[in-house]
Design a protein around this ligand. Sequence first.
Ligand code: DQA
Length: 141
Amino acid sequence: MNILILNGPNLNMLGIREPEVYGKESLEDIRTNIQELADRKAFGFEFFQSNAEHEIVEKIQSALGKFDSIVFNPGAFTHTSVAIRDALLAVSIPFYEVHISNVFAREEFRKKSYFSDIAVAVISGCGSQGYELAIRNSIKE
Ligand code: DQA
């Protein structure tokens, strides 16, 4: 079982960025927690973050044949990116949409997602635990 953990724009700023919304953990803290889970549950993963839409599209395209599932926090691209949606449809790898905050309890524009209807599941508002929930579901725990 190999999982691609994908993070969109500004998630490299976790810990600094709006801690009242996104908490105090850094993206590196999240990666470390996933590493511990992977050691216990024996799955492989790659952890990737980019602020650039084309890099995320390319990462998804290159995931074909390498990853069994994708755990994806698309950041602001959630609400804008047809290109990333099309990449996910192109590779047909089951993916989970994860948001640290509850996007439905925030600004109106955050209620629109280009991914939710094609995701296995959407986890929004569980903080960084959302990544772990998605991984555990994906490894059929
Ligand atoms: C986010 C929610 C998005 O609306 C926002 O643009 C982000 C982070 C979250 O994890 O809560 O960058 O995906």
